[in-house]
Design a protein around this ligand. Structure first.
Ligand SMILES: [Fe+2]
Length: 202
């Protein structure tokens, strides 16, 4: 049987030495390892306008971490046709009866889709179209979510442990946060009798 040469075998007079991968993933833990990974943290203060119960919010520590994103951007943002990779760790918690959530955004380029994949914890992926019609999909370890380019997306942690999920998106997808800042999302996820309830409000 003819064996496929490995990358370290001699091919045509050239020794192909494998390069060290610049970054590694720990799938089960949702960890992105390596110096190229960049990290950003969103605190309660930065998400303040998004929550309904402002009185409850004022009683909380504004520096409380709601979520952090570790990402690998191997090419410049805006480069056509590339891909980015990242992981989000969304903490459990509530403002009043509203669960902690990511900011949520439309993509600036509506033709650019995105994958989310659940790693740990439980929650909901909320999508919204241009008519502000929303739908919710359960997220937990192993769930894979294809997000169409024209849909806004937000993740809500309805559990008691961090909700961790991988994401893969286009380097030219961009972000449009303004629409969510101005009018909010078309649904809120609140706790009622100990259970998460999605309240669509248009
Ligand atoms: Fe996105």
């Amino acid at each position: 049987m003819k064996e496929t040469p490995t990358s370290t075998e001699k091919q045509g007079g050239t020794i192909l030495a494998p390069d060290a991968a610049p970054i590694q993933v720990d799938w089960a833990a949702g960890r992105l390892l390596g110096p190229p990974a960049k990290e950003s943290v969103k605190t309660l203060a930065e998400l303040e306008p998004l929550f309904l119960d402002q009185a409850a919010l004022r009683a909380m520590d504004p520096q409380l971490e709601v979520y952090r994103v570790r990402s690998w951007l191997p090419i410049a943002a805006g480069t056509e046709g590339g891909l980015f990779w990242g992981v989000t760790i969304l903490q459990p918690g509530k403002v009043g009866d509203e669960y902690f959530m990511t900011h949520g955004h439309f993509h600036a380029n509506r033709s650019r889709a995105e994958y989310y994949c659940g790693v740990q914890g439980k929650g909901l992926l909320i999508r919204m179209d241009d008519q502000r019609s929303t739908s919710a999909e359960e997220m937990r370890a192993g769930t894979l979510h294809y997000i169409r380019g024209e849909h806004a997306h937000r993740v809500v942690n309805t559990g008691s442990e961090p909700l961790i999920f991988w994401a893969c998106w286009g380097s030219d997808a961009g972000y449009n946060y303004g629409a969510i800042r101005e009018r909010g999302f078309g649904a809120r996820v609140v706790e009622r009798d100990g259970q998460p309830v999605v309240i669509a409000h248009g």
